[in-house]
Design a protein around this ligand. Structure first.
Ligand SMILES: *Cc1c(COP(=O)(O)O)cnc(C)c1O
Length: 424
């Protein structure tokens, strides 16, 4: 089936006489006739539900849909995108080990790796994603267990050369983890280019309406944990699960079963069935929304680029972007909906422009149906000096615009009148 059909049809498939629309199984627990059968569930011998922290039918249907959309063998929903990153990294690496990550990633990912996981004993080296393979390879050590990058980075909007990252990871016998939040599987499926694990903040475009926080981890099934020789936790008995050997018992699904059996069991960042229902509703229109976000964003970026009151525009889909060739390769159907730009007149002009917007709302969120804007220097990054802002690539004049799916002419008219106000 094509991606458009999968957005609608994958996952929940009602049998004769069952509800046409996926029900919300609002139950923490499940009933069985015998203790022996339940014992088999606990030993991972039989298939079935026993507690919603580990699995729930509603969440399970949505996991199937996501795995199908990304082209993986299995998926696990989490309570947030942060939890998805945590689950992916900690299924692979433990204290005393190391990961390599692109510098151009979401701030929450950067902080998780740079501060909190270091406290857990997992070390990180950050690499410039635009560096060549040799340069990136220098960051690898004997105890390195994964390479991490973001398809379209939030907020820098750099585009990842996924095949290059996959080659470097595989040359070191470790998996590539790609955060595909901004692209979504409608615009790019990283597994097709060599990614082994895909993660998402479903709070963004997948949900698409800013109603439910969530995350997801998808397993390609392609990484050979046994052949790598670097992952004894996959190939030797897990004493916390009666000696199960994940690669032997679960084959291609070893990673995603281990993520659920160990991390979800012990850390408990489980998704709510209600949120999974809302996420599914969002995904049913993902294939309509993503092309619209992308074409609106391109029109907005072109308008801004042609207005001489605008100092600079960053949108990977622009002909002038240094990422245009990577966009042509990895994102041929659109470069998603986020644009950043600077107004001449710096910080003051940016604040005046933001305050003059009528249609676009000021929010910290991105990636839902409504156009919204943020001025990081006066909000999320307000503790930083102008020099520090420049160093981390978020200038004092930067406005981040999440272009919605309203009519592009109305969005552009709003920006135009706000620019008039800001520069008069
Ligand atoms: C928002 C975001 C996250 C974190 O997700 P939450 O759902 O907010 O926890 C991770 N990665 C990217 C690219 C994001 O945009």
């Amino acid at each position: 089936m094509k991606i458009e059909t999968k957005c609608i049809q994958s996952g929940y498939k009602p049998k004769n006489g069952e509800p046409r629309v996926m029900p919300i199984y609002q139950s923490t627990t499940y009933k069985y006739d015998t203790a022996e059968y339940m014992g088999k569930l606990f030993d991972l011998e039989a298939d079935g539900y026993f507690y919603t922290r580990l699995a729930n039918p509603t969440c399970g249907f949505v996991e199937e849909k996501l795995a199908d959309l990304e082209g993986g063998v299995g998926a696990m929903l989490t309570s947030s995108g942060q939890a998805a990153t945590l689950a992916a990294v900690m299924t692979i690496a433990k204290a005393g080990e190391h990961v390599v990550c692109s510098t151009s990633v979401y701030g929450g990912t950067f902080n998780l790796l740079d501060v909190t996981l270091k406290k857990f004993g997992i070390d990180v080296t950050f690499v410039d994603p635009d560096a060549d393979e040799e340069e990136i390879s220098k960051a690898f050590k004997d105890n390195t267990k994964a390479l991490i990058g973001e398809t379209i980075a939030n907020p820098a909007l750099t585009v990842l050369d996924i095949e290059k990252f996959a080659r470097v990871a595989h040359a070191h016998n470790v998996p590539l983890i790609v955060d595909n939040t901004f692209a979504t599987p409608v615009l790019c499926r990283p597994i097709e280019f060599g990614a082994d694990i895909v993660i998402h903040s479903t709070s963004k475009y997948l949900d698409g309406h800013a109603v439910a926080l969530g995350g997801a981890v998808i397993d390609s099934g392609n990484f050979d944990w046994a052949a790598s020789g670097k992952f004894p936790e996959f190939t030797e008995p897990d004493e916390s699960y009666h000696g199960v050997v994940y690669t032997e018992k679960f084959g291609k699904a070893a990673f995603i079963v281990k993520a659920r059996a160990q991390l979800m069991r012990d850390m408990g960042f489980a998704p709510a069935p209600q949120n999974a229902f809302l996420l599914n509703l969002g995904m049913e229109t993902l294939h309509l929304r993503m092309p619209c976000h992308s074409s609106n964003a391109l029109k907005v970026a072109q308008f801004l680029e042609n207005d001489d009151r605008v100092a600079w525009v960053n949108y990977p889909g622009l002909e002038s972007s240094k990422y245009k060739s990577l966009v042509d390769k990895y994102l041929p159907n659109g470069a998603s909906g986020v644009v950043s730009f600077g107004v001449k007149g710096g910080r003051e002009a940016a604040v005046r422009m933001l305050n003059s917007l009528k249609l676009a709302a000021i929010v910290t969120h991105v990636a839902d149906a409504r156009t919204c804007a943020l001025h990081p220097a006066s909000t999320t990054h307000r503790q930083m000096t102008d020099e520090q802002l420049d160093e981390c690539g978020v200038g004092a004049d930067l406005i981040r615009l999440s272009v919605g799916i309203e009519n592009a002419d109305d969005i552009i008219a709003d920006l135009k009148q706000a620019l008039d106000e800001a520069t008069k």
